[in-house]
Every structure is written in structure tokens, then in C-alpha cells.
Design a protein around this ligand. Structure first.
Ligand code: IPE
Ligand code: IPE
Ligand code: MG
Ligand code: MG
Ligand code: MG
Length: 326
């Protein structure tokens, strides 16, 4: 059995334990928590946390509480994100707000955030303050990123730099912090922990870029979310910003019309996608994704550890993440 498989099984077991302890009354509060966490997902953040710990020869059992906490936190953000994005589907099932209503999704989400904080503190005494502080700082950054994401929907002056900053906040820093928390728990040096953070941040930017590509070009079944959702919501993704940059006068008129509406959802998705196609946007976005992936590999390379094969494990995990085969 590979290390990754062992870690995944350990994470699944701990999440199962967590759910057994969170299945009580009122069921309206706890059912959505179980529904969300039992529908899986890739569980890459807890895995990154354990791998970050293992990279510096830490004890996985010291990291499993925080790892569970990170996954609970991530799932909480999805409950609220799906309200904000008006998303009907998540992991190929109805979203919590779709199934039970927004009030339920808000409150179950709140409870998950509190439970996540409790899990994060389940590590060795000497690391609790550092780990919890990093987590809390990161959680506020995610809120900032989510607010920028919503602000950008209504703005027409967003640059690609703005976009990269926004996705760093809403997505990448959580991957980065997961790895760094693992490193802290293992007692890694500040410098190594920071390099690992940078690795995570760049892989996180690449990951969100790819998520934005898949939102347009993904396979409905495999993606598990509504394809075209970002187009409908006027999300200022790399794809849209690049299209604006490359569009000729006529194409720009079409773009503005689609953004300003009114256009029916399906028509908007079809027309926007064909405009992207004529500008070769998918390929350009993939090149950008690869650039961040390469950057992440450089950061990984600069970390000093005895176990080279553990670095290779992280590298090959990142590679599989890029083809979404984890
Ligand atoms: C979804 O994250 C939110 C983004 C940052 C794009 P994941 O793609 O990790 O979601 P799950 O947990 O695997 O479903
Ligand atoms: C998600 O970004 C970021 C957070 C959940 C914090 P998206 O809105 O693109 O994620 P999906 O596509 O709904 O999973
Ligand atoms: Mg969103
Ligand atoms: Mg969303
Ligand atoms: Mg998305």
C-alpha cells in the first residue's frame, strides 16, 4: 500500500468518527453536515496536511485532528459558497441550500466552522497556538477572497493580477496553510515551512485556474458541478479576462452584451463558450496553469529534507491533482 493510500484511509476513518459524534439532535442541523462530508470529494487538503507532516518525519497521529478540521472547514466554505454562487449541484448531488434551503445551509455551515476550530486544536500542546493562528489567519483570507470574487462579478475593470490575487485568497492559501500546518506539527524549520507554503500556494493557484477551465470545458459527470455556472454568474475568471484582452472590436461588443444581458442562461453559456473557442482561450489558460505548476515544483525543490522520496511523493501527488486523478 502506498503512503498516500494509507493516509487517505486514516483520514476517512477519522472523518467517519467525526460524523458519528455529530449526528444528533436537531437533525436539521446535523443531517446536512453528514450529507456533505459523506459525499466525499477529493479530500486533498487533509492529505496535504499529513504529507506536510510526513515530509519532516512528524507523527501523523499528531496531525490527524487538524487534518480533519481542515476538511470540515473546506466543506463549510462549500456550503456558503454554493449559496453565494447560486449553485444547484455539488459532487453530482443537489447542494445543501437547494435541498434544505439557505437558512439550513448557513447554520450547518456555521456549526461546521466551529467544529473545525475544535479539531484544529487536537495536536500536541506546544504547537496548538501556532497551528490555530495560522488556520484562523487563513480562514479570514478565504473570506476576503470570496468577497473579491463577488465584487468582481459586478466590476468591468478587473485585471489578471487582480484575479490571481483573488484566487490566491479564496483557494490557494488554504492548500498552502494545510501543508504548513503539517510542517509545524513535525517541527520543521521556519524556512522549510515557508517554502512548503509557497509550493502549496502555487499549486493552489494552478488548481483554481484549472477549476475555472473545467467550469466551462469540464465533463458534467466527472466535474460534479453545473458546467457554465461561472459564465452565468459573470465570474471574472482568467478565461473571461483573457478573452477581453484578445477580443477584436466586434467580439468585444458581443462580450459586453453577454455580460450586461438579458440573455437566457443556456444561450449565454453557448455563445460565451464559442467566443472562448475562437480566441483559443482554453489553451492559453492551460499554459498559464502549467506555469504555476512549474513554479510550485521549484519551491518544492528548494526544501531541504533528508527524504527525497517524500518530496517526490508530493510532486507526483501534485501532478495527479493537475489531471484530477486523486
Ligand atoms: C472545490 O474544491 C472548491 C475549489 C477551491 C475549486 P475541491 O475541488 O477540492 O472540492 P472537493 O472537496 O474535492 O469536492
Ligand atoms: C471556491 O471557488 C472557493 C471556495 C469555496 C472558498 P469556486 O466557487 O470556483 O468553487 P466551486 O467551483 O464552486 O467548487
Ligand atoms: Mg465561488
Ligand atoms: Mg462556487
Ligand atoms: Mg469553480
Amino acid at each position: 500500500l502506498s503512503t498516500i493510500k494509507i493516509f487517505q484511509e486514516r483520514i476517512n476513518l477519522e472523518i467517519e468518527k467525526f460524523l458519528q459524534q455529530n449526528s444528533g439532535n436537531p437533525s436539521e442541523l446535523y443531517d446536512p453536515i453528514n450529507y456533505t462530508l459523506r459525499h466525499g470529494g477529493k479530500r486533498m487538503r487533509p492529505l496535504l496536511l499529513l504529507m506536510g507532516c510526513d515530509l519532516f518525519d512528524g507523527n501523523i497521529e499528531d496531525a490527524i485532528g487538524p487534518a480533519t478540521g481542515i476538511e470540515v472547514f473546506h466543506n463549510f466554505t462549500l456550503l456558503h459558497d454554493d449559496i453565494m454562487d447560486n449553485a444547484p449541484l455539488r459532487r453530482s448531488e443537489p447542494t445543501v441550500h437547494q435541498k434544505w434551503g439557505s437558512n439550513i445551509a448557513i447554520l450547518s455551515g456555521d456549526a461546521m466552522f466551529v467544529k473545525a476550530c475544535q479539531q484544529i486544536t487536537k495536536t500536541r500542546e506546544e504547537h496548538v497556538v501556532k497551528v490555530l493562528n495560522l488556520f484562523l489567519e487563513t480562514a479570514v483570507k478565504v473570506c476576503e477572497g470570496q468577497q473579491f470574487d463577488m465584487n468582481f462579478e459586478k466590476s468591468s475593470s478587473i485585471t489578471i493580477d487582480d484575479y490571481v490575487e483573488m484566487i490566491s485568497l479564496k483557494t490557494a492559501v488554504l492548500l498552502a496553510a494545510s501543508l504548513k500546518m503539517g510542517a509545524i506539527i513535525a517541527g520543521a524549520s521556519e524556512k522549510d515551512a515557508d517554502n512548503l507554503y509557497q509550493f502549496g500556494k502555487n499549486i493552489g493557484i494552478a488548481f483554481q485556474l484549472q477549476d475555472d477551465i473545467l467550469d466551462v470545458y469540464g465533463d458534467n459527470e466527472k466535474f460534479g458541478k453545473r458546467v457554465g455556472g461561472d459564465i452565468v454568474a459573470n465570474k471574472k475568471t482568467f478565461l473571461l479576462l483573457k478573452a477581453f484582452e484578445l477580443a477584436n472590436k466586434d467580439q468585444r461588443v458581443v462580450l459586453n452584451k453577454l455580460l450586461e444581458g438579458p440573455v437566457a442562461d443556456e444561450e449565454k453559456i453557448t455563445l460565451m463558450t464559442s467566443l472562448f473557442n475562437s480566441l483559443n482561450i482554453k489553451e492559453i489558460a492551460s499554459v498559464e496553469t502549467n506555469a504555476y505548476y512549474k513554479k510550485s515544483m521549484d519551491c518544492l525543490g528548494s526544501i531541504k529534507t533528508t527524504g527525497n522520496n517524500k518530496k517526490e511523493q508530493l510532486a507526483s501527488f501534485a501532478e495527479r491533482l493537475m489531471i484530477r486523478e486523486i
